[in-house]
Design a protein. Structure first.
Lengths: 223, 186
């Protein structure tokens, strides 16, 4: 009864601010304790794959064939995809999904993300071809055109990610089939593959994971 | 001003007429086969291959046996299916392996290394040419990314968003069906 009386007396001056503070607290703790925001939608492996000291020649305009480390910059991420440019279905679908996912990031987040495509068909995919292909999907300076004709090095790249690829026998016209692991990988600055997305993952889902990873990396850069 | 009104009406009517034509991307006719949502993915300037997708419905059941585009667009056209090797080690299985490994705290030395390796090898994607796509009676088959597509080889130029590509489809029973594919980003 005492409580009721107090409430009736002080509703306007005290209770409303209290309610506001309480509501705010709920909102704030709601954000902080939102476990779903730290869980990734893509595939996470235990233990995660590591790229170690892997570096590959980058034929993008900004690198011109110099080797780059296959890992994120500082507090960023490198997204890595193994594919080939004569691929009409799976590769452009994945890269278009990724393009749409990157468009969902704010400019500061997007600046921390680099995209690398490793060609599994270096004979047909020259640096120029690879650049033309990636420039169709991504901004200049945002992508790396990774290509090596050193089969041992390409195999080492495959192994680092647990990926594989296979080139078929050429037919009479010299055409051959290519099959490849069609996952998209996110690599942190320490070379840890934090998450991988299978073919067909929605752009929204990829964007959601990218935001989670970028948030985590900026909160604990040493993690 | 008076003259403008009928003119506007005509323009409007024409607009509706044109729009009606434009949206008619299906070709059903009396063939019993209905083809809708025909689209092509825009290609990069240097690409030599492209893909066309569509939805096919057949009242009585039919098979798509061939597809052709003008030789000014592509030198060769094939019906393709995207395939995934090692279905048993698909990505979902990999995830399960990962989970079971994390919950298995006993020092899983050699065994876990083996399962790790087998899970890494799976889910390579590739393509193969198929001789036909069967459309069962009363059913709809969608040619879509990761499944069936009409593969364009030896492209003569870049396919740009908004381009229209005439496609001649050949069905076992319905014969020839002409459709237009619109290039659009999806």
């Amino acid at each position: 009864m005492e409580v009721l009386r107090i409430r009736s007396l002080t509703f306007g001056r005290v209770l409303v601010p209290i309610l506001l503070v309480a509501a705010l607290a709920v909102i704030v703790t709601g954000c902080g304790s939102d476990d779903s925001s730290t869980e990734l939608n893509g595939i996470t492996r235990v233990p995660p794959a590591k790229t170690g000291n892997l570096s590959l020649p980058d034929y993008s305009p900004q690198s011109g064939g110099k080797k780059v480390a296959v890992r994120g910059n500082e507090d960023g991420l490198m997204l890595v995809y193994f594919g080939y440019t004569s691929c009409p279905d799976v590769c452009p679908t994945t890269l278009a999904d990724l393009r749409n996912a990157l468009a969902e990031l704010d400019p500061a987040q997007r600046e921390r993300v680099q995209v690398s495509m490793v060609t599994v068909d270096p004979d047909r995919d020259t640096g120029r071809v690879l650049n033309g292909y990636l420039a169709h999907f991504f901004e200049p300076g945002e992508y790396h055109s990774l290509r090596t004709t050193d089969q041992a090095l390409l195999n080492r790249a495959d192994e680092a990610f647990g990926a594989s690829h296979k080139l078929g026998k050429p037919d009479a016209d010299g055409n051959y089939d290519v099959s490849h692991t069609a996952l998209l990988y996110a690599v942190d600055p320490k070379g840890t593959v934090e998450v991988e997305w299978p073919f067909g993952t929605d752009a929204d889902v990829i964007a959601d994971d990218l935001k989670t990873l970028l948030d985590n990396n900026s909160q604990n850069p040493d993690a | 001003m008076k003259k403008l009104v009928p003119l506007a009406t005509v323009v409007l009517a024409l607009g509706i007429f044109v729009a009606a034509c434009g949206s008619d991307d299906s070709d059903s006719g009396s063939s019993g086969v209905e083809v809708t949502d025909v689209w092509a993915r825009p290609t990069t300037p240097t690409a030599d291959a492209g893909a066309i997708y569509m939805t096919i419905n057949s009242k009585d059941g039919d098979s798509l046996t061939a597809a052709k585009v003008p030789s000014s667009i592509a030198g060769m056209t094939q019906i393709h299916e995207t395939t995934t090797d090692g279905e048993a080690t698909s990505s979902e299985d990999s995830m399960e392996s990962g989970d079971s490994m994390s919950s298995d705290d006993s020092m899983g030395s050699d065994d876990s290394m083996d399962s790790d390796h087998s899970m890494e090898g799976g889910s390579m994607m590739g393509m193969k040419e198929v001789s036909q796509i069967d459309i069962p009676a009363g059913e709809t088959v969608t040619l879509e990314p990761g499944g069936f597509h009409i593969m364009l080889l030896d492209l003569k130029g870049q396919i740009k968003a908004g381009d229209t590509i005439p496609v001649t489809l050949t069905f076992e029973k319905a014969g020839t069906v002409e459709v237009d594919a619109t290039a659009q980003d999806q």
